[in-house]
Design a protein around this ligand. Structure first.
Ligand code: AMP
Ligand code: GLY
Length: 428
C-alpha cells in the first residue's frame, strides 16, 4: 500500500525507517519530511494541517494509510476530516479523533478523564479568570513544589514547577491574566508534585484492544547530570531495568486497561498511539500526562527495539485483530543521543552545514535519525532546528549502546553542535 506520514522530526524519520521495512509498504511519502526521511521515501511539500491539500494528494497517489506524527493535526481534527470525507474514508488514519486527542490537547480534560476512571494521577484543581482569587488561595495553602500547567497545547513549555507559593501565585497570574501561553493558559491546572523517576510507555489502541509496543526513559534537561533548562529530549534508553514485569503489570492493570476501557465507555474514537507519561513513585506508577502520538526522541529507540512489523500492527489495529497479534522485541539495550544546535533550548542559528554525515563509519547497529535538517540550495545537509540528529545504537547493554552512539557523534560535526555525554548514566 501507499502510505503518507505527516511530520518532519526524528520521530518521523524513525517511523519512516520502520515502515519502509514492511512488505506492506509500497510507496512512502513524508510531508514535509527532512533531509533524512529522503532515504526511505519521497518528501512532499504539504502542510501537516492542510487537510484539503492532503486530500488531493491522497487521491492522486492512491494513499491507503495516513500516519500522523505530531499532535497538532490530531487536535485539529485530521482523523475526523478523513473519516467524514466520501473519497477519503477508506484510508486508515493512525491517530485519535479530535475529541479523544483532547487527552493531550487539554490538561483539564485528561485530569477529569483520569478521575472518572480511577487512574492514579496527582491531585489537582483547575482555574480560569473567573475563579482567579480561589486559585490564588488554593496555591497559598498548597504544599511546595507545586505544579502549574497551561490547559492547552503550549509546545512543551506550558508546565511550571514552583518551589514557593508567592512565586507560584505570580506565575499563575502571568498565565491567566497576562496570557503567557495565549489561549492555552486561559485555564490552568494546579497539581501536586510527584517525586520519582519519569518513564514513558507506548501503546497502540483502537479504543477496544491494545498492545504495548515499548517503553523508554528520556533525558529532558540540556545539561549533564540532569541540570539546566528543559528540552524536547536529549536522549533516551530502552529497555529500562526497573520497568520489569512487576512494574509493567501495575501499569497495565491500573493505567492502560482503565484508560482503554474509559475510551470505549465514553465513545471516544481512537485508532493510534497513546504515550503514557508516567512517574514511578517508589515502584508505584502515576500518570503525569497522556500524549496522543509517539514521543520524540522515544520513537528513535522504541522503533529499533520493536521487531514486529509496524504497518501490519496498524492494519490489525484498524481491522480489529490487534488482540491476536504478537509483539516481539529485538534483544539488547538501545540508546539514542541527540545532537543539538548551540544555544538550544534558547535561541539558536540554523543552516549550519553538517560535515561527514555521508561518510560516518557505522555498522548496522547504529542509525542516524534526522531531527532538524534540510538540504540547502547546494544539496548539502544543513541544520534546520534545535534538535538536529538522533544517533541510535543497539548493543548488549544500554551503556554500550550509548558509547556506540557517542563514537558515531565524534565523527560528525556542525558549528555549535552539542550533545550530552551522560545519557543512561544511572545504569552504569
Ligand atoms: P507535561 O507537559 O505534563 O509532560 O509536563 C512537563 C514535565 O513537567 C514533565 O515531563 C515532568 O518532568 C514535569 N511534571 C509535570 N507534572 C508533574 C508532577 N505532577 N510532578 C512532578 N513533575 C511533573
Ligand atoms: N519527548 C517527549 C515528547 O515527545 O513529548
Amino acid at each position: 500500500m501507499n502510505i503518507l506520514l505527516l511530520g518532519s522530526g526524528g520521530r518521523e524519520h524513525a517511523l519512516a525507517w520502520k515502515m519502509q521495512q514492511s512488505h506492506h509498504c509500497e510507496n512512502l511519502f513524508i510531508a514535509p519530511g527532512n533531509a533524512g526521511t529522503l532515504q526511505y521515501g519521497t518528501n512532499v511539500n504539504l502542510g501537516i494541517n492542510d487537510f484539503e491539500a492532503q486530500k488531493q494528494f491522497c487521491t492522486d497517489n492512491k494513499i491507503s494509510m495516513v500516519v500522523v506524527g505530531p499532535e497538532e493535526p490530531l487536535v485539529k481534527g485530521v482523523y475526523d476530516f478523513y473519516r467524514s470525507d466520501e473519497q477519503l474514508k477508506k484510508i486508515i488514519v493512525v491517530g485519535p479523533s479530535a475529541e479523544a486527542a483532547q487527552l493531550e490537547g487539554s490538561k483539564a480534560f485528561s485530569k477529569r478523564f483520569m478521575q472518572r476512571h480511577g487512574i492514579p494521577t496527582a491531585a489537582y484543581e483547575e482555574f480560569t479568570l473567573e475563579n482567579l482569587e480561589a486559585g490564588k488561595t488554593y496555591i497559598a495553602s498548597h504544599s511546595v513544589p507545586v505544579v502549574l500547567k497551561a490547559d492547552g497545547l503550549a509546545a512543551g513549555k506550558g508546565v511550571i514547577i514552583s518551589h514557593a507559593q508567592d512565586e507560584a501565585i505570580l506565575a499563575f497570574e502571568e498565565m491567566i491574566v497576562n496570557k503567557q501561553f495565549g489561549d492555552a493558559s486561559s485555564k490552568v491546572v494546579i497539581e501536586e508534585f510527584l517525586q520519582g523517576i519519569e518513564v514513558s510507555v507506548f501503546v497502540l489502541t483502537n479504543g477496544k484492544d491494545y498492545q504495548v509496543i515499548g517503553h523508554a526513559k528520556d533525558y529532558k534537561r540540556i545539561g549533564e547530570g540532569d541540570t539546566g533548562l528543559n528540552t524536547g529530549g536529549m536522549g533516551c534508553v530502552t529497555p529500562v531495568p526497573f520497568m520489569d514485569d512487576v512494574f509493567m503489570q501495575k501499569v497495565e492493570n491500573r493505567i492502560i486497561k482503565p484508560t482503554v476501557a474509559g475510551l470505549a465507555k465514553e465513545n471516544l474514537v481512537y485508532n493510534g498511539f497513546i504515550f503514557f507519561g508516567l512517574m514511578n513513585v517508589e515502584g508505584e506508577p502515576f500518570v503525569i500526562e497522556y500524549n496522543c502520538r509517539m514521543g520524540d526522541p522515544e520513537t528513535e529507540v522504541v522503533m529499533p527495539r520493536l521487531e514486529t512489523d509496524l504497518v501490519s500492527l496498524f492494519a490489525a489495529m484498524d481491522n480489529g485483530t490487534l488482540a491476536d497479534t504478537n509483539i516481539e522485541y529485538n534483544e539488547g539495550g538501545f540508546a539514542t543521543v541527540m545532537a543539538v544546535s548551540g544555544g538550544y533550548p534558547g535561541e539558536y542559528e540554523k543552516n549550519k552545514p553538517i560535515s561527514q554525515l555521508a561518510d560516518v563509519l557505522m555498522d548496522k547497529s547504529s542509525l542516524i535519525f534526522h531531527a532538524g535538517t534540510t538540504l540547502n540550495g547546494a544539496g548539502e545537509t544543513v541544520t534546520n532546528g534545535g534538535r538536529v540528529l538522533a544517533v541510535t545504537s543497539s548493543a548488549a547493554t544500554i551503556v554500550e549502546a550509548v558509547e556506540k552512539s557517542e563514537r558515531v557523534l565524534e565523527q560528525i560535526s556542525f558549528e555549535g553542535m552539542y550533545y550530552r555525554k551522560d545519557i543512561g548514566y544511572e545504569f552504569e
